[in-house]
Design a protein around this ligand. Structure first.
Ligand SMILES: [Mg+2]
Length: 338
């Protein structure tokens, strides 16, 4: 395997393992306010226990991500109907940890009808259940960026028909693809915030132009005063602030903006990006999963603390899946320039 190939494999590993580790770090603190969370360094020192699960347990965000990738690897192609079957299978086997309402609705509808085009939760339910699972999906399009938006829209549509959720699913897939495609070695220097945000926004724009505009504005928010940026992100897409303090709810607009903002603020540190995201409070297992996956896709698995890689649940299985996914995508052809 060439140096470039092993670097790319490390990014696939970083994306999938980073998702599971970030998810498992956030899960014990889902719904907490920022001031109730452990201090940053304690947060990433090791996995905390929750609800009787073993330490290192990940949740629905990672389960749906793995189901998506397992479908692609198993069929050696992206087949939306098969991904819907794989996702619904998690509900059939009642194995979902902390499932969201829209995904539960969609999975039950799919199990009744077998039709991925009609089973998604209706417009008005604009949760982050799409964006939480599409980072890894984005890597499938390393050689085919033009094919990403429509395919990520279909995969998002399985669970959510609201255009904001569809656009959010596309945005995270496009962000992961771009991060993994950015030339290695000089990575952080090449993550130009304006270029990055413009590209991510362009992929989402045909599905929700207002949301795309908010993504494009993130490039400037990166250098804004932190409290002002967090408040603007937390209430983006809402008519007025929902609570007295900013918190990231499971609404897809703030979730996606917060995740991209955390990666832009800390492009060279997986630890800092993930602790920044979880430190915002709220839907922190999802924030941890998305930012862990995005930062891992950029920096590779070696950027994730070794202890966490070793002790996250199903680490060996996830790593084996990432390697098979990498082989499949390389066989399809990869373009390294963003
Ligand atoms: Mg979750």
């Amino acid at each position: 395997m060439s140096g470039a190939e092993s670097d790319l494999r490390s990014r696939f590993l970083g994306c999938l393992v980073g998702c599971a580790v970030g998810d498992a770090l956030g899960a014990p603190f889902e719904g907490y306010w920022d001031h109730q969370l452990p201090v940053r360094d304690d947060l990433l020192a090791g996995f905390a226990e929750f609800e009787g699960y073993p330490r290192g347990q990940y949740t629905d965000d990672t389960q749906l991500t793995l189901a998506t990738v397992e479908s692609i690897v198993g069929r050696r192609e992206l087949d939306t109907a098969d991904i819907a079957r794989a996702i619904a299978g998690l509900w059939k086997h009642q194995s979902v940890v902390g499932p969201g309402g829209a995904c539960t609705f969609a999975a039950n509808a799919f199990l009744r009808t077998g039709d991925w085009r009609t089973c998604g939760a209706p417009v008005g339910q604009a949760g982050n259940g799409t964006a939480m699972r599409t980072a890894a999906l984005g890597l499938y399009f390393l050689g085919d960026p033009e094919g990403l938006p429509a395919a990520a829209a279909d995969v998002s549509w399985i669970t959510h028909q609201d255009p904001r959720s569809v656009a959010g699913g596309i945005a995270i897939a496009a962000a992961a693809r771009r991060l993994a495609a950015t030339e290695s070695g000089r990575g952080p220097a090449l993550l130009d915030p304006s270029t990055f945000c413009r590209a991510v926004a362009a992929a989402a724009r045909p599905y929700d132009a207002v949301f795309a505009e908010q993504i494009e504005r993130l490039a400037a928010r990166r250098d804004e005063d932190r409290d002002a940026a967090v408040a603007a992100i937390a209430w983006a897409g809402s008519p007025r602030p929902e609570f007295e303090r900013p918190i990231i709810t499971p609404y897809v607009v703030p979730t996606v903006l917060a995740a991209l903002w955390a990666v832009l603020r800390h492009p060279s540190s997986w630890h800092d990006a993930v602790s920044e995201a979880i430190g915002l409070g709220g839907d922190v297992d999802t924030l941890g999963a998305i930012v862990g996956a995005l930062s891992g896709a950029f920096l590779g698995i070696s950027a994730i603390p070794e202890l966490l890689v070793a002790s996250v649940r199903d680490s060996a299985r996830i790593q084996a899946l990432a390697c098979r996914y990498h082989e499949l995508v390389v066989a399809r052809g990869v373009r390294t320039a963003p």
